[in-house]
Design a protein around this ligand. Structure first.
Ligand code: SF4
Length: 341
């Protein structure tokens, strides 16, 4: 395990080792030049969609992670952060697949996953399984699994896949780091190198209609509606959520996937409703969510925060205004579109 430690920056041992190096050393130390190059390469490769293995010395490979994280924090772009979290977790998934079962279980434990072996195979605690497989669908649905005494039976590959999801979550939760002006200045040359590539990539994705929405910027009401899916939504709630998700650019299949958790999910009805709100029928009218005042009347303005308050004081209370103010990937206003009142 110890020899493989360097492949897994989330382990306590790897963290302890990385902490032996000061930020200054990481940014300036001549001996760490190759770690910096690899860190920059990680970000470039994440932008391209795949982080590939490197022949670098394991310790330098490990140190390339904090360097990449500092770069990402200076750039602080939600699209890039998501892309990095996905690419990095996928890369580590590939590494985990090569591990013997014992190591895989130790890695799962480092990630706070309650997994164990016995009684004929690997098992993951029900709560972890449900949280990490949410949205995976198909064979991952609980009705298709063997569950006994609070644990769900999984294969080695599936345990690695759940661990991958936990890694992705952790990366997203931990970034961006707080960076000092000194760090920002030291990292100016590499960030200036990435910025134009990032902007070009985002433009290309936007042109193809592929850019993802930025869930971190969703207003509290939409977050609450998303959380309420499993227990059911009122008609206004369903309308507000669907029209919001369409407007911020979520693809149809993603919206449909969200509704699969609905207690009375009916594929045909959901498909019709989602497409209707997205303007896929008839005159092609695309709907936008109601403004804050109407959301309040419907009882679906939930947990408004200080930003909501400010926006409403300015007379601009709208869930989409909230989103545009908080998201760096938001699209331009959609004033010509229609709201169902
Ligand atoms: S004030 Fe508006 S944006 Fe904020 S939670 Fe209520 S409806 Fe949503």
């Amino acid at each position: 395990m110890a020899a493989r430690l360097f492949h897994y920056p989330f382990t306590s041992g790897a963290t302890a080792l990385a902490n032996r190096y000061s930020v200054d050393k990481l940014l300036q130390g001549r001996a760490l030049e190759r770690a910096r190059r690899r860190g920059l390469e990680r970000v470039h490769q994440a932008l391209d969609g795949e982080i590939r293995a490197s022949p670098l010395d394991p310790e330098l490979e490990l140190l390339s992670h904090p360097y990449a994280r500092m770069l990402l924090s200076c750039l602080n772009d939600p699209y890039l952060l998501r892309r990095y979290a996905t690419a990095e977790s996928k890369y580590l998934w590939g590494e985990m697949l090569q591990e013997p079962e014992e190591t895989l279980l130790r890695l799962a434990a480092e990630l706070g996953l309650d997994a164990k072996t016995g009684n004929g195979g690997l098992r993951v605690h029900f709560a972890d399984y449900v949280a990490l497989s949410a949205g995976m669908g198909g064979k991952w649905k609980l009705v298709n699994r063997t569950v006994a005494t609070g644990y769900v039976r999984v294969s080695r590959e599936e345990l690695a896949r759940l661990a991958q999801e936990r890694i992705r979550e952790r990366i997203l939760q931990s970034l961006p780091l707080r960076v000092t002006p000194e760090i920002r200045e030291a990292l100016q040359p590499p960030t200036a190198q990435i910025s134009p590539l990032l902007e070009a990539r985002k433009k290309q994705m936007e042109a193809q209609g592929l850019i993802q929405a930025d869930p971190q910027a969703f207003p509290p009401c939409i977050q609450a509606l998303l959380q309420g899916i499993k227990t059911g939504l009122t008609h206004p709630g369903r309308f507000a959520l669907t029209s919001f998700l369409w407007t911020v650019g979520l693809p149809e299949e993603e919206i449909l996937r969200i509704y699969q958790d609905f207690p009375d999910y009916n594929e045909e009805v959901t498909l019709y409703q989602v497409r209707h709100i997205g303007g896929k029928f008839g005159a092609g009218t695309k709907y936008t969510p109601p403004g804050c005042a109407a959301m309040k009347t419907y009882g679906i303005c939930t947990n408004p925060d200080q930003y909501c308050e400010k926006m409403n004081e300015e007379g601009k209370g709208h869930p989409l205004t909230y989103y545009r103010r908080h998201s760096r990937t938001a699209r331009p206003p959609v004033s010509q579109k229609k709201t169902e009142e």
